[in-house]
Design a protein around this ligand. Structure first.
Ligand code: XMP
Length: 476
């Protein structure tokens, strides 16, 4: 057999969402009773199989907050300084925590103007006043609004502060705040050392988002993207995030694997690696790096990817999922797989799960939402939002300036920019996806995500090209 013939003989069939269909199976459950709980990574459970992509037109704090409130998790992008990325992560952790640990405070010597500026900058409405780590007062928006900005904080603050002890429960906190008609309750040790802050809004919101993805302290979960070569950033973020996502286009690379191996030893959070596209890639990576907690798979199928057009290299998302599932089976390991790139419909998510994914990462779908950071425009009377590839010319210019570890080795852009239709808020998109995924699982006869992985059967669809060649030959 010739060399080329052998290559063809051994070639795998790479397929994607449009090439297969989920087959109906025997069903014993109503879609509304289907359980969508799954995992983002080994130690991060989520309540719906949806994750927002670390792209600068998709996930900043507003998106991460919205998706976590509805049961998924956001991965904050890294196309910015480490400090900016950290600020976004902290904003998510602050958004609804029962007790805010990372409290923004002010010194009694500062002016009322300083306090107003600090509140504006952090979008908050009150600041505990501190002297040598001890709480001595609280200053709120109401106190600063009509006060002379040049007077000292200590002359405008409320001195008689209602406080809670370290063991306060959400119910006790609500009771205290109602009784004293206050919206902020500092949490202090017996020696008045400030150890946290409870806001009425946060405790009340806990009941509002019942399916939210929360950590053990009740704060919304969030992940952050990092370069494998940026150890300082990883260490900085690791103190606050639930997981770090090693964010490179092609993970199966010796330098990337070695750097990730070093990084993983220095931090104490779940590490998700990617992107991977082949069984060998997963085998090589997982066997060399200790404790990989998640795999992000799919190369070149994203809505704004031109990698495959430019390089003719890639691994379609669904194929990549099946490759990862094969590798994990061979290794006898259970590591959540995240299907990434080209997902447009709930059915795509269901298919990815049927092939072994635990959840799906969305770029295009979420870029069109109100909470995405991208600009909005009107074209022919309709609203659109910008979505750009992280390998696009404009995104790379920014990354070049700020991420000195991203070597500009490839001269050709691998991403593009598109306008995506505005599609309302994240809540409605997630609800549409959750219903669609449940409906697909109903057809497949699966009552939960693991069940769909086990039971989901698929059929191949004859491609249009094959169909037309058949009809042409019939005509001849
Ligand atoms: P969707 O289709 O959901 O895909 O928008 C999101 C995923 O696309 C990947 N991505 C890129 N791939 N060039 C690429 O080849 C790029 O410039 C680019 N930017 C993003 C990424 O995996 C993302 O999650």
């Amino acid at each position: 057999m010739g060399v080329f013939q052998e290559k063809f003989e051994k070639a795998e069939t790479a397929f994607n969402f449009e090439d297969v269909i989920l087959l109906p199976g025997f069903s014993q459950i109503e879609p509304r009773n289907i359980d969508l709980r799954t995992s983002f990574s080994k130690n991060i459970p989520i309540n719906i199989p949806l994750v927002s992509s670390p792209m600068d037109t998709v996930t900043e704090s507003e998106m991460a907050i919205a998706i976590a409130r509805h049961g998924g998790i956001g991965v904050v992008h890294r196309n910015c300084s480490a400090e900016e990325e950290l600020e976004m992560v902290k904003a998510v952790k602050r958004a609804e925590s029962f007790i805010i640990r990372d409290v923004i405070t002010i010194n009694k010597e500062a002016t009322v103007g300083d306090a107003a500026e600090l509140m504006r900058k952090h979008k908050i409405s009150g600041l505990p006043v501190i002297e040598e780590n001890r709480l001595i007062g609280i200053i709120t928006g109401r106190d600063v609004r009509f006060a002379d900005p040049s007077i000292k904080v200590e002359d405008a603050m409320t001195k008689d502060v209602v406080v809670a002890g370290p063991k306060v429960t959400p119910e006790e906190a609500i009771e205290l705040m109602k009784r004293h008609r206050i919206e902020k309750l500092p949490v202090v040790e017996s020696d008045k050392r400030l150890i946290g802050l409870i806001t009425y809004k946060d405790v009340a919101l806990r009941g509002e988002y019942k399916d939210a993805s929360r950590d053990s302290e009740g704060r919304l979960r969030v992940a952050a993207a990092v370069s494998p070569f940026d150890l300082d950033r990883a260490k900085l973020l690791a103190k606050y995030v639930d997981a770090l996502v090693i964010d490179v286009a092609h993970f199966h690379n010796r330098n990337v694997i070695e750097a990730t191996k070093r990084l993983a030893k220095e931090v104490n959070v779940d590490i998700v690696i990617g992107n991977l596209g082949t069984k060998q890639g997963v085998l090589d990576s997982v066997s060399r790096i200790e404790n990989v907690a998640g795999l992000r798979v799919g190369i070149g199928s994203g809505s704004v990817c031109i990698t495959t057009e430019v390089t003719r290299a890639g691994s379609p998302t669904l194929f990549a999922v099946s490759q990862a599932a094969d590798a994990l089976e061979e290794l006898g390991l259970k590591i959540p797989v995240i299907a990434d790139g080209g997902i447009r419909n709930p059915g795509d998510v269901a298919l990815a799960i049927a092939f072994g994914a635990s959840c799906a990462m969305l770029g295009y779908v979420l870029a069109g939402c109100k909470e995405s950071p991208s600009p909005t425009t009107i074209i022919n009377g309709k609203y659109f939002k910008l979505h750009r590839g992280m390998g696009s010319q404009s995104a790379r210019q920014k990354r070049m300036a700020l991420d000195r570890y991203a070597t500009f080795s490839k001269e050709i852009p691998e991403g593009t920019e598109i306008w995506v239709p505005y599609r309302g808020d994240v809540a409605s998109v997630i609800s549409e996806f959750a219903s669609g995924i449940r409906a697909a699982m109903g057809y497949a006869g699966a009552s939960n995500i693991e069940d769909l992985k086990r039971k989901g059967r698929v059929a191949k669809i004859v491609s249009r090209r094959e169909k037309s060649s058949v009809s042409q030959s019939t005509m001849i």
